[in-house]
Structures are given as structure tokens and as C-alpha cells.
Design a protein around this ligand. Structure first.
Ligand SMILES: [Zn+2]
Length: 125
């Protein structure tokens, strides 16, 4: 299975001999039928979400910076130094990502009861 859904038909040959193919799925010309055409879109990876509330009642037992191993596992080779993990009492953890695909790390904000805001990682962990 190719992993992409293009279907090509031969479109024609340029005056210089270059062959062109037309993807009938995406209505795009392509120089080769052996790769996805320009109209092919990768399905973005989305971690599964939950309709339950697994965090309600959980206790945060530790706050720490992400380890290099955790950063590597996400493929984040750029960091801003405030990637933070909240460890939970059941062994789970929480950390922020910039989007559901995990394209980069994110920041968590703590709003205290006096109306002050801090981003986690602003102080030494
Ligand atoms: Zn296509």
C-alpha cells in the first residue's frame, strides 16, 4: 500500500520530451506517478482525545523540566528552556504542546488567586 491516494493517468509529453502525469483524484499535474501529487495532503497526526475527565481529582505530585529523552521522543530538537512536565499521582503526566500534532513545545500558565500569572518554568524547578 502506497500510503497516498493519488491515481495517475498519462497526460502528455512536452516538446522537450518531459512526460507529465495527471492525478485524477486531486486534479494536479505531476512529473512522476511514483510519488504523491501536489494536491495530496498528509493526514495530520492527532493524538487520541478523550470525552472523559481523567484529570479531575488527580493530584500533581511533581513539577519538573522535560528530560532530554522526553524531548527526543517528541522530536523537539529546539527548546526554549521552559518545557515543563506535571507529574500525576497515578503515574501519568501533563505537558503543553503548541498544537495537537505536537509540532513544538508549549507553555502552561498558572493564574494564582491574587490575579498574578506565571508561566511554568519561569522559576527554577
Ligand atoms: Zn494526487
Amino acid at each position: 500500500m502506497s500510503g497516498w491516494d493519488c491515481e495517475y493517468g498519462f497526460d502528455g509529453t512536452d516538446t522537450d520530451g518531459t512526460k507529465w502525469y495527471r492525478c485524477i483524484v486531486h486534479e494536479e499535474l505531476a512529473p512522476s506517478p511514483d510519488a504523491p501529487c501536489a494536491g495530496h495532503q498528509e493526514e495530520p497526526y492527532m493524538p487520541p482525545s478523550t470525552t472523559e475527565e481523567p484529570l479531575v481529582g488527580r493530584t500533581i505530585t511533581n513539577i519538573r523540566k522535560m528530560t532530554q529523552k522526553e524531548l527526543d521522543a517528541e522530536g523537539w530538537n529546539f527548546t526554549q528552556g521552559f518545557e515543563v512536565v506535571l507529574e500525576l499521582d497515578d503515574g501519568g503526566s501533563i505537558y503543553a504542546m503548541q498544537d495537537p500534532e505536537g509540532n513544538g513545545p508549549g507553555v502552561m500558565i498558572h493564574n494564582d488567586t491574587d490575579g498574578r500569572s506565571y508561566y511554568l518554568g519561569a522559576y527554577e524547578l
